[in-house]
Design a protein. Structure first.
Length: 93
């Protein structure tokens, strides 16, 4: 996929729901118009969302994982970043 050029409104939207703008996390890495810090923040949001979906699946809630945690972590690694340790991951209750 060609690199997408993001405007400020798209960056703001991606920080809320990355999957609405990107097919896969690697697309965030290839995108233009966002700083590295913004890309990392977008991917950290996606990481949280994927972890939340994984917990839901463990609790037998239906849903499809379109993106894996591995894909998100690989994209973060490509930017020289790691997982988001500042925000706790969702957990089973």
């Amino acid at each position: 996929m060609a690199a997408r050029t993001l405007d400020p409104d798209q960056i703001a939207a991606a920080l809320i729901d990355p999957s609405a703008l990107f097919e896969v996390p690697a697309d965030v890495v290839r995108s233009r118009g966002a700083s590295n810090d913004e890309k990392v923040r977008i991917l950290h949001r996606w990481e949280y969302d994927v972890r939340e979906e994984e917990v839901a699946q463990e609790e037998n809630m239906r849903g499809e994982l379109r993106v894996t945690l591995s894909q998100v972590l690989d994209a973060l690694n490509a930017l020289g970043a790691g997982p988001d340790h500042r925000h706790p991951s969702p957990a089973k209750q």
